[in-house]
Design a protein around this ligand. Sequence first.
Ligand code: 5GP
Ligand code: MG
Ligand code: MG
Length: 184
Amino acid sequence: MDASDMGDDLEKVLLSKEQIEARLDEMAAEIDADYAGKDLLLVGVLRGAVMVMADLSRRMHTSIEMDWMAVSSYGSGTKSSGVVRILKDLDTDLHGRHVLIVEDIIDSGLTLSWLVSNLRSRGPASVEIATLLRKPEAAKVEVDVRYVGFDIPPEFVIGYGLDFAEKYRHLPFVGTLAPHVYNG
Ligand code: 5GP
Ligand code: MG
Ligand code: MG
């Protein structure tokens, strides 16, 4: 899928495929340098992180394993509450492991903050976070994000794993939708 398949549903491209790829090159190099000589477990948070996981991991030279979690956060409307339910847990024992959570976007950061404490309670050697995108709200929560691709404005974005009503995840770029898409 590309911009040409979206008719007038696309408002604007925020980050092009080329910008995302160039930044993933840098992030992969940084993570490789930090975990040199170690085994790393990448934990992807379904479903949005699928694209970041695929493209980031393929740029890395570090010995990695991958596992996935699905969580749902209870909240009113579009705001997450920080009360989280595990829909699919990891299959991997985290004891003594270096864990890097891979995320698409951090908005309020509440889901992630819960996830970090949950994973830390399982006896890992370390738990860090890598996210492609971060919104300004995330700064309010006490969660230390080691690797950030881009800080973006507080707008609702789609593409590169991110959906609106499960659509647009397979766009190669990150963009915003025209208002008529939300308003029907
Ligand atoms: P929070 O950080 O608020 O707990 O929640 C983060 C989750 O909310 C993300 O993993 C994503 O599923 C969703 N989310 C937050 N902001 C956006 C956005 O701009 N676009 C899309 N498609 N999802 C978002
Ligand atoms: Mg996510
Ligand atoms: Mg979503």
